[in-house]
Design a protein around this ligand. Structure first.
Ligand SMILES: [Zn+2]
Length: 126
């Protein structure tokens, strides 16, 4: 076989492998938030289990459900604006979880009462 032809074949096969890897990556479920649908199917919110407080947070992105957040459209690397302030309590007292979710990471503000206050971590892949 001609060396140029051999090189062409190798390059072609490398390209096939690369394309296969890329499509596998696209097919892999890398979502960090779950869509919440209204009756009829429209997505009105996204939810995730918070790595800081352990509770589920559900920022709404549509009108009519209370506060509404801006959303960048990515379930893999979500951004919600403005910050998410969650308050609840248990037998040990009040729980505050205050965060910014940006590009799939969650930054906990220092008014949060849990161990990740002041830290930024990845949202878990679901
Ligand atoms: Zn939280």
């Amino acid at each position: 076989m001609d060396i140029k032809l051999l090189l062409l074949v190798v390059m072609y096969q490398k390209n096939l492998i690369k394309n296969n890897m890329e499509s596998e990556k696209e097919n892999a479920n890398m979502k960090r938030v779950s869509a919440v649908n209204a009756p009829g199917g429209k997505i009105v919110a996204y939810s995730f289990v918070c790595p800081g407080c352990g509770y589920k947070h559900t920022p709404y992105i549509e009108e009519g459900y209370g506060p509404k957040w801006g959303f960048n459209g990515s379930e893999e690397l979500p951004t919600f604006t403005p910050s998410i302030l969650f308050r609840t309590g248990d037998k040990n007292g009040p729980i505050v979880c205050h965060s910014f979710v940006t590009d799939g990471r969650i930054q906990f503000l220092t008014d949060s009462t849990h161990k990740l206050a002041g830290q930024t971590v990845d949202l878990n892949i679901i």
